[in-house]
Design a protein around this ligand. Structure first.
Ligand SMILES: Cc1ncc(COP(=O)(O)O)c(C=O)c1O
Ligand SMILES: N[C@@H](Cc1ccc(O)cc1)C(=O)O
Length: 467
């Protein structure tokens, strides 16, 4: 018998976690007065807070995941031999199986891989097109003498555009660049899935396939930033008709097959606290990378990781591609985002994969961009409830390497980044309530003045004063 008051229970089934909690880490509670003092001492930069003064840490999803009992068991099986650790071979086998690349060089984390890749492939005067910059990736490209060129679709720069794949590459922009500088000046196309600085926005399989075809015509390589490629695969499954019934692992494998290699920060998708890799399909390039790695990271069978870390990552990869894991992971991000949307708080839409991004331009319209509205908002959220977020706007964008002028990015955002398998739904509720409180009191907030600016990646260490 059907009951008009109830919809089908199957349709209502939520994203609940496919795990239960076995170990907990107590958190310190602080007073508002203590937090005001702590953020002032940190120069209004959330990177400079001590983590023990933080209640809910949404600074980053990098290296902050909770590992499973299966991963911790693997840690006990660490083979800490200097050369030829069996954990390296387990890791290599899983990267080959799930990502599909041929040759693997382990690195201590993502930027280690970016350094080696940039040194091998980029010559002074080269151009590297990509779907929006990422801070460390662009810096390594520039240090190698290259110039990054943003070829993402325009919608990515608009916080309110509802385009389902805001990480897509604009093929016209890419073609224009190839015609302008010539294919021989483009060592590779730098493709990220999902796009961190755009709000965790995915690139579609159809778009990557087209980019691959265009790149092949011109003999240009594609290198994937695979840091959150599993999350990207989830959006492909949800939003691209042909992939609705395909497993995440199958989608990931096809996605990577359109690229010639990848850099990877294992600290995100792969559910570990440290680790990364560089993967390449070309044997000669791999040989070069494997040789350079001994200068910067360590031997080519550990690359800066302990054996136990490699085992944890090998096992983390297996867990990361499970459909129920990724559904719950992104389900939690969407839960927080939907709550904020329901309460009329300005955030980047569609909701991305690893974080909710507050739109500081609409949140604090009274603060001009040169007075760092997103930096101010992140500091205020900490004072309000001990929640730590990260600026992703003018401070992060830095300065042009040619003119030394500040970039003024269209997106001036605060990232509430959700660590994997760490926080509960109640933590998400409290986070939303704190954001709402700050929003309610937003009119009284003023901007900041930068009083110390480091040369590289300034957002990590810059200091500010209240205006
Ligand atoms: C998209 C993306 N690429 C590369 C990196 C660099 O990785 P890592 O922090 O492991 O050096 C990160 C995070 O830093 C990232 O989010
Ligand atoms: N990749 C990590 C850590 C990081 C943060 C900010 C950066 O600009 C660079 C690295 C993240 O996105 O959270």
């Amino acid at each position: 018998m059907t009951d008009a008051k109830h919809t089908s229970p199957r349709r209502r089934r939520s994203w609940a976690e496919p795990y239960k909690i076995k170990v907990v880490e107590p958190l310190k509670m602080t007073t508002r007065a203590e937090r005001e003092q702590a953020i002032a001492a940190a120069g209004y930069n959330t990177f400079l807070l001590r983590s023990e003064d933080v209640y809910i840490d949404l600074l980053t999803d990098s290296g902050t995941a909770a590992m499973s009992d299966y991963q911790w068991a693997g840690m006990m099986l660490g083979d800490e031999a200097y050369a030829g650790s069996k954990n390296f071979y387990n890791l290599e086998a899983n990267i080959q199986k799930y990502y599909g690349y041929r040759y693997i060089v382990p690195t201590h984390q993502g930027r280690g891989a970016e350094n080696i890749l940039s040194q091998i492939l980029i010559k002074p005067g080269d151009y590297i097109p990509g779907n929006m910059y990422f801070t460390t990736t662009r810096l390594h490209q520039e240090l190698a003498g290259g110039t990054f060129v943003d070829v993402i679709i325009d919608e990515a720069h608009d916080a309110q555009s509802l385009h389902p794949f805001k990480g897509n590459i604009d093929l016209q922009k890419l073609t224009d660049l190839i015609e302008r500088v010539g294919a021989e000046r483009i060592p590779y196309i730098s493709v990220a899935g999902t796009v961190n600085m755009a709000g965790g926005q995915p690139i579609s399989m159809a778009n990557l396939r087209e980019v691959h075809q265009l790149a092949q015509t011109h003999g240009i390589r594609i290198i994937l930033d695979a840091t959150r490629a599993v999350e990207n695969a989830y959006f492909i499954q949800q939003r691209e008709e042909d992939y609705r019934n395909q497993a995440i692992a199958t989608i990931l494998h096809e996605f990577c097959s359109y690229t010639d290699g990848c850099t990877m920060s294992g600290k995100k998708d792969a559910l570990v606290n440290i680790g990364g890799w560089l993967a390449l399909n070309d044997y000669n390039l791999y040989e070069e990378a494997r040789n350079l790695i001994v200068i910067y990271e360590g031997l080519h069978t550990y690359g800066g990781m302990a054996g136990r870390d490699m085992e944890a990552m090998a096992r983390g990869i297996e867990e990361s591609v499970k459909d129920d894991h990724i559904r719950a992971r992104i389900g939690q991000v969407e839960y927080l985002g939907q709550k904020l949307l329901d309460w009329g708080i300005p955030i980047v839409v569609p909701i991305g994969g690893h974080a909710i991004y507050l739109d500081a331009k609409r949140f604090l319209p009274q603060i001009p961009q040169e007075q760092f509205p997103a930096q101010r908002l992140a500091a205020e959220l900490y004072v309000e409830a001990g929640i730590r977020a990260m600026e992703r706007g003018i401070v992060s964008a830095g300065r042009s390497k040619e003119t030394g002028d500040n970039y003024y990015p269209d997106l001036e955002l605060v990232r509430l980044t959700i660590p994997r398998r760490v926080y509960t739904q109640a933590h998400m509720d409290l986070t939303a309530e704190a954001v709402e409180e700050v929003y309610y009191n937003r009119d009284r907030l003023r901007g900041l003045k930068m009083i110390y600016e480091p040369k590289y990646l300034r957002f990590f260490q810059a200091r500010f004063e209240l205006l």
